[in-house]
Design a protein around this ligand. Structure first.
Ligand code: ADP
Ligand code: MG
Length: 369
C-alpha cells in the first residue's frame, strides 16, 4: 500500500493496543539482534513457518524461492533491499549506477539457481530530498539493467521515508524443472569452482570511502580515482553472471550446488556447507583475484585473500561440480577450480600458498554487528 507524505490513520486507540500487547507478552526477555547475527535472526524468526502449499518447492534458505505453478518450468522469486547509509552512500554513488546495481544484485540470485530472470518489481521509499529528475536518473539505471538482462519492470510500490532512500527489488524468473540448482546439492569429492575474480568490489569501496574522507576534510580537493577504473567499476556497476548460466547450458553442465557471492567467499561456502551437510577444502592459490585488487589491497595494508574471503559484493558465482564433469569447465574462460568438498566432520579449511592449513571462518557482512 502506498502512503505518500500522509500519516496512516490508526484504526484503534494506541493505548488499547499497547494494553493488549502487554497482556500477551508473557516472556519479557530482550535479546539483542546483534547477538544472533543476520542469519541467526532469519533462522529464529522463520522457524515456526512450514510450507503448506504443494506449489512451494523450496522456501527460505536459498538464493531464490522455487515454485511449481504448473508447466515444464519452475518459477523463481528473490527479493533484496538496499538502504541508504547501509548499502550505499549517495556522496559517491551516482543514482543511475544505484538503479543498475539494485537490479543486478537481484538478478544474480536468479542466476544462482541456474535460472533465467524475466520480470522485476521495484519498491522505493523516498524523502523529499529527491527531485523528480534525480529519481529519473535512478530509473534510467533500472531501465538500462532491464534492457541488458532482458527483464521487464512490471510493478512496485512508492512511499515516503523520513530520511534517505530505500529500494527493494523483487526478481522473478524461471528454470527448467531438471536444471534447478540449489545450495544443498554439494557432495563429498565435488570440485569447488569460482567465476570471475573476488575482492575487487570491496577494494573499490575502500577507495571511494578514502576519497570521501579526504573530501570531507578538505572540500576543495578533487577525488583521485583515475587509475582505479576497474575496482571502482566493480563496486558501482557490478554485473550478474548471465554469461555463465548460458555457458553451463552450452556445455551440458549442471553444477551440483550453487550460490552467488554477495557476502564474501567464506560466508557463501559456509552456506553451501550448511545446506549440503558437507565441509570444504579451499586452496588459497585457486581463489581468483584481479591484479589491480592485489595491488590495492597491499596499498591499504590488507591481505588480498581476506578481501576475497570476506569482502563481498562481487556477484560472482560459487558452484560445485561432479569431478566427472571437470572437462566441461576446465577450458571455460573465467572459471577457476579452487578446492574440494570434504565430509562435514573435516570442517572448512584454507590451504594457504605458504603451505599451512587454517580453519576457515565465516566473515560475511554482519550488518547488525
Ligand atoms: P541472498 O544473500 O541470496 O539474497 P539472504 O542471505 O538475504 O539471501 O537470505 C537467505 C534466505 O533467507 C533467503 O531464502 C531469503 O529469502 C530468506 N530471508 C531473508 N530475510 C528474510 C525475512 N526477513 N523473512 C523471511 N525470509 C527471509
Ligand atoms: Mg544470493
Amino acid at each position: 500500500m502506498a502512503v505518500f507524505y500522509r500519516p496512516r490513520r490508526l484504526l484503534y486507540p494506541t493505548e488499547g493496543l499497547m494494553y493488549l500487547w502487554a497482556m500477551e507478552d508473557t516472556t519479557p526477555q530482550r535479546t539483542e539482534v546483534g547477538k544472533l547475527g543476520e542469519f541467526g535472526l532469519i533462522d529464529r524468526l522463520t522457524a515456526p513457518f512450514h510450507p503448506s502449499q504443494s506449489s512451494t518447492i523450496k522456501g527460505i534458505g536459498d538464493d531464490a524461492a522455487v515454485l511449481d505453478t504448473g508447466g515444464d518450468r519452475l518459477t523463481l522469486v528473490s527479493t533484496d533491499m538496499l538502504v541508504e547509509g547501509i548499502h550505499f552512500d549517495l556522496m559517491y554513488t551516482p543514482l543511475k549506477h544505484l538503479g543498475y546495481k539494485a537490479v543486478v544484485v537481484n538478478l544474480s540470485d536468479i542466476y544462482a539457481m541456474n535460472g533465467t530472470p524475466a520480470q522485476i518489481t521495484v519498491s522505493m521509499a523516498i524523502s523529499n530530498r529527491f527531485s523528480v529528475e534525480a529519481l529519473e536518473e535512478l530509473y534510467e539505471g533500472i531501465r538500462l539493467a532491464c534492457e541488458y538482462y532482458e527483464v521487464d519492470l512490471v510493478g512496485g510500490d512508492t512511499t515516503s521515508s523520513n530520511k534517505g532512500l530505500i529500494l527493494s527489488i523483487t526478481a522473478l524468473g524461471t528454470v527448467e524443472k531438471d536444471k534447478v540448482v540449489y545450495r544443498s546439492g554439494a557432495k563429498v569429492g565435488d570440485l569447488i569452482c569460482i567465476t570471475g575474480d573476488l575482492g575487487a568490489a570491496y577494494l573499490g569501496l575502500q577507495i571511494l570511502e578514502r576519497e570521501k574522507q579526504l573530501y570531507m576534510d578538505q572540500p576543495g580537493i578533487q577525488p583521485d580515482l583515475e587509475d582505479q577504473q576497474y575496482l571502482i567499476g566493480r563496486q558501482l556497476k557490478p554485473e550478474a553472471r548471465k554469461d555463465m548460466i548460458a555457458a553451463f547450458a552450452h556445455n551440458g553442465l549442471k553444477p551440483t550446488s550453487m550460490i552467488d557471492i554477495s557476502d564474501g567467499l567464506a560466508s557463501e561456502l559456509f552456506h553451501i556447507g550448511k545446506q549440503s551437510g558437507v565441509g570444504a577444502y579451499l586452496e588459497e592459490s585457486g581463489i581468483p583475484i584481479h591484479p589491480d585488487a592485489k595491488m590495492m589491497a597491499l596499498k591499504f595494508q590488507l591481505d588480498p585473500t581476506t578481501c576475497a574471503l570476506s569482502g563481498g559484493e562481487d556477484y560472482e558465482l560459487l558452484f560445485t561440480i561432479d569431478p566427472a564433469d571437470v572437462d566441461r569447465v576446465r577450458f571455460l574462460p573465467d572459471i577457476y577450480i579452487a578446492g574440494e568438498i570434504v565430509p562435514a566432520s573435516d570442517g572448512f579449511t584454507l590451504h594457504t600458498t605458504g603451505g599451512k592449513r587454517h580453519p576457515l571462518t565465516a566473515q560475511g557482512w554482519n550488518h547488525f554487528g
